[in-house]
Design a protein around this ligand. Structure first.
Ligand code: ADP
Ligand code: MG
Length: 890
């Protein structure tokens, strides 16, 4: 048997490829596809494995503070103080368990979110086009590409229409490459030169194509370069980074204080080792080590909650960024409307109007029968990329909503796309052109050119119009008026035109001329029922909303009116008008005053976004098309549409809105604000309790009292009980009025005046009463150990009550349902419980030098600790009055 030399797919001619691939016409059968999937595995790159549990656990020890503690433990062991060494070990263990469970939880939810953002592809299987997860693509599959897609596998192209792709991921070449199914290339041609192939990971910038899968997963060209696609892990959000810097500063300041105290202690006659252990303990109390974990948990809780509201977080910083956005520039179609188009009006070139009945994809029995409008309907059906089918008793379809509407119209009028000959050439719809065109084989040696799109684009291409079957000279002004009228009534307007060309023509000119105008069509696309409310919520939340659309200005205004977004034409800025501005000032004025941006090209969207961010707005922008990527990148928060969005848009976005709805974005904003407030709550708790502990120590120095707590006790308080409590705050649900406030400034410091006041007040109350209590116990002669035991319990109680204070910055604790956050309640109970266990557990109580406290004393402590609640409640009341007075006077 002769062995044929293997040829690479790019070396082979198109005819050869088509001939030798039986699956080209019908696609693979689903059985064959399943078998291949089983045999070769899914079309994925192995992603970096999630960090194993033991590594997460060990990771908890990687902090300077823990090193110090470990060192102290080592010293203790060396000098034979096993008690302290053992204790430090126990504390570190508990602390790591807490940290590990939190991190593991955050990791799991991040993985779940990633799964939600996976891509899908259009393929041919069993003779039908269908969408499948890109993972399930196998060798030999027929894959369809259109602008905005990410190429899911290596493809030998078998059909291309003005296909341009961006292969920079593979070749480093940033210019787009024109691809063509015809042509053969040398075996060792560089990837960039293999123009008849499309490679995994490249992006389709323009055009359409069909390709045959030649390699998947790691066998693809991209797979050979990268063995695993490491998910980019973000270093943390800007806020987290700022918080870290701040904690560093606090830590350094407090370390200086600690060092000074160490010197004091030393002078007072304590031994080296005691001073060392004590300094370490004090440092532990000073540094809010619970902060990073609590902040991470808060962000991860927020991204989980956003996912429940259909907002999928791709980049963690976007969680908090969304909360501070001051401007949302949103798409119209699909976001504010349902993207379910129905042709309701047809306007003949002479102005005669026809109403079309029905809605949605079901053509129903309502027929439209008018012989003079047949050219218009045929044009809409031919110049079409969608598919409509009757399946399992109902009408379904896929593809562009506008195109689907034309297919439904065709059904109503009895015009079928298959009545005409094959497609010769086409210009697919791209938002920047605002029209689409096709050339079909006709009869009588003619070909049919069909064009549909925006009126302003089409009229210049036409020189005649078809009235009652006869050609007349075109009356442009009359038609523009008809279009305006339709648009004012809220219809999406499309114009249709075309003509017969000779057999010899096989290409469509980029701007066709000499067309016959067939008429206009008015489509409705209902508003999403919840959109108006969501717009209103934004306005109340101090967020400006603007609509950015490719649609007609008057159609857009009609919809904006319904939404309460804009009222008059003055608030509408058109794309062409933006192009004509002469001065920067004028541009600025237009953009700042605009509420509706209509007939906007994707590049202009970028211009608008850039301008707004320059003017200090914190902008969230939505996008779905391939050309929206620059605007999504330039915005502070880029939001891609999950349903209608292209891979390119999704890949550049910070967030994906799974259900495309504007109201989901608003829900995301709310969650963003909640998480920021929760971060503040955690910070407040940790800083004020740390400050209180320091105060107790400072006071005992000043008054020459004995050390109020042992090193072990301080460690316990900070790493165990407090470490459990603060996490609960990260789970706080919203207070319900997040959207009633203006957005915070994006770079606002967490340590604002209110925070300072609260921290100082709380620290003074806890520290002052705590010290006084300890002092008075020592005076009464109960013995220093018993006094410390009581003080420790007292502080645990104090901190639990502080949780109540932290839950809201404005609202009284009595207005907050304690059962609404089971994590907080559970955390408080657990922290208290674990302390009680320590008090009664033989061994542990010796290490910690604690023991049971009589019930009467418990009650007394509790009563005294209530002081911190009272003081903060009063402070909240004073602040509320102040705000009211301010509002009244302004
Ligand atoms: P939107 O912002 O509403 O998504 P598009 O960019 O989709 O706007 O559409 C802009 C204009 O392009 C429409 O007003 C319409 O005139 C035209 N258009 C939209 N879809 C198609 C299509 N499938 N074929 C031809 N023209 C279209
Ligand atoms: Mg659109």
């Amino acid at each position: 048997m002769e062995i044929e030399k293997y040829t690479e797919p790019h070396q082979r001619s198109l005819e050869d490829v088509l001939k030798s691939s039986p699956s080209v016409n019908q696609g693979l059968t689903s059985l064959e596809a399943e078998l291949r999937l089983q045999a070769n595995g899914p079309n994925v790159f192995p992603t970096k494995k999630p960090r194993p549990l033991w590594k997460i656990f060990l990771g908890q020890f990687a902090s300077p503070l823990i090193y110090i503690l470990l060192a102290a433990g080592g010293v203790a062991l060396a000098i034979g103080d096993t008690r302290d060494a053992l204790f430090i070990a126990i504390i570190l263990l508990i602390n790591s368990v807490i940290g590990t469970t939190q991190e593991k939880g955050a990791q799991n939810s991040a993985l779940a979110l990633k799964r939600m953002a996976e891509t899908r592809s259009m393929v041919m299987r069993d003779g039908r086009q269908m969408e499948i997860p890109s993972e399930e693509i196998v060798l030999g599959d027929v894959v369809y590409l259109e602008s905005g897609n990410k190429v899911p596998a290596d493809l030998r192209l078998i059909n291309t229409h003005s296909l341009e792709v961006d292969e920079s991921l593979l070749t480093g070449e940033s210019l787009t490459v024109v691809k063509d199914a015809s042509g053969q290339f040398a075996e060792h041609a560089s990837l960039g030169d293999r123009k008849n192939m499309a490679f995994t990971g490249s992006l389709v910038v323009r055009g359409r194509a069909t390709g045959l899968v030649t390699a998947v997963g790691l066998q693809s060209e991209l797979g050979r370069i990268v063995n695993s696609l490491n998910s980019e892990e973000s270093a943390g959000t800007p806020l987290l980074i700022r918080m870290k810097k701040l904690t560093h500063k606090i830590a350094i300041a407090l370390l200086v204080v600690t060092a000074l105290m160490a010197v004091f202690l030393f002078l007072k006659g304590y031994g080296y080792y005691e001073v060392l252990v004590f300094s370490v303990a004090l440092a532990v109390s000073a540094i809010p080590e619970g902060l990073p974990v609590a902040l991470t948990v808060a962000l991860s809780v927020a991204s989980r909650r956003m996912a429940q509201r259909n907002v999928i977080v791709r980049k963690l910083p976007a969680v908090e960024a969304l909360g501070s956005c001051t401007y949302i520039a949103t798409d119209k179609t699909g976001t504010l409307t349902v993207n379910q188009m129905t042709v309701r009006k047809i306007v003949a070139p002479d102005g005669e109007q026809f109403d079309i009945e029905g809605s949605g994809l079901d053509p129903g029995s309502k027929k439209f029968d008018n012989v003079h409008m047949e050219s218009l309907v045929r044009c809409g059906v031919l110049c079409n990329e969608a598919k409509l089918f009757f399946q399992e008793g109902k009408w379904t379809g896929h593809g562009d909503a506008v195109d689907l509407a034309f297919l439904v119209l065709g059904e109503k009028a009895g015009v079928n796309p298959s009545d005409s000959g094959g497609l010769v050439s086409d210009i697919p719809f791209e938002p920047e052109h605002q029209f689409a065109a096709t050339l079909h084989e006709g009869n009588d040696h003619k070909r049919i050119l069909s064009v549909k799109g925006a009126v302003e684009k089409l009229l210049p291409m036409c020189d005649s119009m078809l009235v009652q079957g006869h050609k007349h000279r075109i009356n442009t002004d009359a038609i523009l008026n008809q279009a305006d009228e339709l648009a004012e009534a809220g219809y999406r307007v499309l114009a249709l035109a075309g003509h017969m060309v000779s057999r010899s023509e096989s290409e469509i000119s980029k701007s066709p001329t000499g067309l016959v105008f067939y008429g206009l069509v008015g489509m409705i696309d209902p508003l999403r029922p919840e959109a108006a409310k969501a717009v209103k919520q934004c306005q109340q939340a101090g967020i400006r909303v603007a609509m950015v659309t490719g649609d007609h200005p008057k159609t857009s205004l009609a919809i904006a009116r319904e939404l309460g977004l804009a009222q008059t034409m003055d608030e509408v800025v058109s794309g062409p008008a933006l192009k004509q501005v002469e001065s920067e000032d004028q541009l600025s004025k237009m953009i700042l005053e605009g509420r509706v941006f209509a007939r906007v090209e994707p590049q202009q969207k970028l211009q608008i976004v850039q301008h707004l961010t320059q003017k200090g707005f914190f902008v969230a922008v939505t996008g779905d098309g391939a050309n929206d990527a620059p605007a999504l990148k330039a915005a502070n928060v880029g939001v891609a549409m999950g349903l209608s969005g292209t891979d390119v848009a999704k890949e550049t976005a910070d967030l994906i809105v799974a259900d495309d709805r504007f109201s989901s974005i608003v829900a995301g904003v709310e969650q963003g604000r909640i998480v920021y407030n929760n971060l503040r709550k955690v910070v407040y708790l940790l800083i004020s309790t740390a400050a209180a502990e320091i105060l107790i120590f400072v006071l005992s120095f000043v008054f020459n009292a004995p050390m109020p707590l042992t090193a072990a006790q301080i460690l316990w308080l900070n790493l165990v009980t407090n470490g459990i409590q603060d996490i609960g705050l990260a789970f706080e649900p919203g207070e319900g009025d997040e959207l009633a406030h203006r957005p915070r400034k994006p770079n606002e410091s967490i340590f604002d005046r209110l925070m300072m006041e609260r921290v100082l007040l709380s620290a003074i109350v806890i520290g002052g009463i705590g010290y006084w209590y300890f002092h008075q116990l020592v005076q009464s002669g109960v013995g220093i150990e018993a006094a410390r035991n009581n003080l420790l319990l007292f502080l645990v109680i104090f901190e639990n009550l502080m949780l109540g204070n932290c839950r809201s910055e404005e609202k009284s604790i009595f207005k907050l349902n304690p059962l609404r956050n089971k994590f907080l309640l559970g955390g408080a109970i657990l922290a208290q419980g674990i302390h009680i266990v320590a008090m009664y557990t033989p061994g542990l109580n010796i290490l910690l030098e604690v023991g049971p406290v009589p019930i009467g004393e418990w009650a007394r402590m509790f009563a005294m600790a209530l002081a911190v609640l009272v003081v903060i409640e009063v402070h909240k009341m004073i602040k509320a009055r102040g705000i009211k007075a301010q509002l009244a006077s302004s």
